[in-house]
Design a protein around this ligand. Sequence first.
Ligand SMILES: *[C@@H]1O[C@H](CO)[C@@H](O)[C@H](O)[C@H]1NC(C)=O
Ligand SMILES: *[C@@H]1O[C@H](CO)[C@@H](O)[C@H](O)[C@H]1NC(C)=O
Ligand SMILES: *[C@@H]1O[C@H](CO)[C@@H](O)[C@H](O)[C@H]1NC(C)=O
Length: 407
Amino acid sequence: MHIPWVFFCALALVNAGNISFISDPGVYGPQLEIEHAYYGQWPTGIAVSSTGRKFSNFPGGLDPANTYNGSNDVFTVAELTSLTGESAYPSLGMNHPPGAGANYQDYLIGVQSVVIDSLDRLWILDTGRVLTPDGSSLVYASFGGPKLIGVDLNTNRVFKTILFPSTVAYPDSYLNDVRFDLRPDVSESGEGIAYITDSSSEGRNAIIIVDLGSGESWRHLELTKWVRSQNQFLPFIWGQPIYYAQASRPVSYWPLGSDGIALSADGERLYWGPLGSRYLYSVPTVLLRKQDPTSELLTQQGVTSHGEKGASDGFETDSNGFIYVGNNEANSVNLFNPKNGTTTPFVRDPRINWVDTMSIATDGYLYFTVNQINLAPASYPGTDRRVRPFALFKALLPGGGTKVQLE
Ligand SMILES: *[C@@H]1O[C@H](CO)[C@@H](O)[C@H](O)[C@H]1NC(C)=O
Ligand SMILES: *[C@@H]1O[C@H](CO)[C@@H](O)[C@H](O)[C@H]1NC(C)=O
Ligand SMILES: *[C@@H]1O[C@H](CO)[C@@H](O)[C@H](O)[C@H]1NC(C)=O
């Protein structure tokens, strides 16, 4: 029988319209709660104290609008005072170095991370490097710039400043993130150890170890493949390729090395991952803490690869022993369970693009910043496509998980 063409078409459309396919739900895990909306400066770090005080930092090394330019609206560390309020911390003065130089040990220059230790003290990691205001070059560090500063949250005063010699923080190093183990038996001084990633895009990546009592510091795993970005690493965020597009350089693959860092819940193993990689690595901390003629050989021989975990920036650890990592290509946060060696999703949401930094607090929540680095001028095509506000979310940890206390 001859069916008129128009009728045939209409029939086909009706049928096609009634077919439903399975589709990506886009969400997984606990609900995201909004903790802060950043309308001003562009954030990376977050640290949450036992009383719920929250601190963030705004690195001038990644966004030239965060480089101090004489305006009181620019500071590199802040306390978050309300849903949208941010106040320079520990003081506005300390956030305003006097000149263009980068060697001021009493001032904050370009802070890349803030972390609260098991004694509820705030530590500020200053790379000592910022971009020039036009964003064209990242100024080299000089002695006095790269440092770790401890602030007593009761008095809001600096109680410790550890300066890194130029043999530990090179002019082209980029001190990225830090974790603390305050157990007395892990250091000669008895005051604990800090572990830091050097994520430099142009230099020698490594893990840096610091004795918090003596201030002595040293490097391990320098230039090994485990701390460097993978050749031609290309993440896709919200479907778009993220090439590296710094103004003064040709477009490249994402070149940044060891970045995210976390201690195992017992402090005996250090986990990290390069930014330009999807791999998770670890090494026993006892090996990193040694500095004798063969300790570098033994440290390299102790590295374990835990395989792929997703493309991530910052890491965290909870009292379940889980290591939380971003899976930025899937709008999610994953967790790695060292007990069974698997990575599984923790939370997923379409509002997540770039999970920058995480902080697990004593209230049993994972706090994390989502800062659209994939839309910033540093990524291809080099134009600013970010849409304010940037986000601080929190999500309830599984299995009653909470902050790990190593003291
Ligand atoms: C769509 O499919 C269902 C299930 O096969 C059927 O019951 C329904 O009548 C269909 N609707 C239309 C508009 O074709
Ligand atoms: C300093 O930078 C801020 C943030 O980009 C900007 O709003 C302000 O106009 C600048 N001030 C001066 C004096 O250049
Ligand atoms: C591994 O541990 C995670 C977290 O507890 C769990 O969700 C997952 O099912 C486990 N996987 C296997 C294969 O045992």
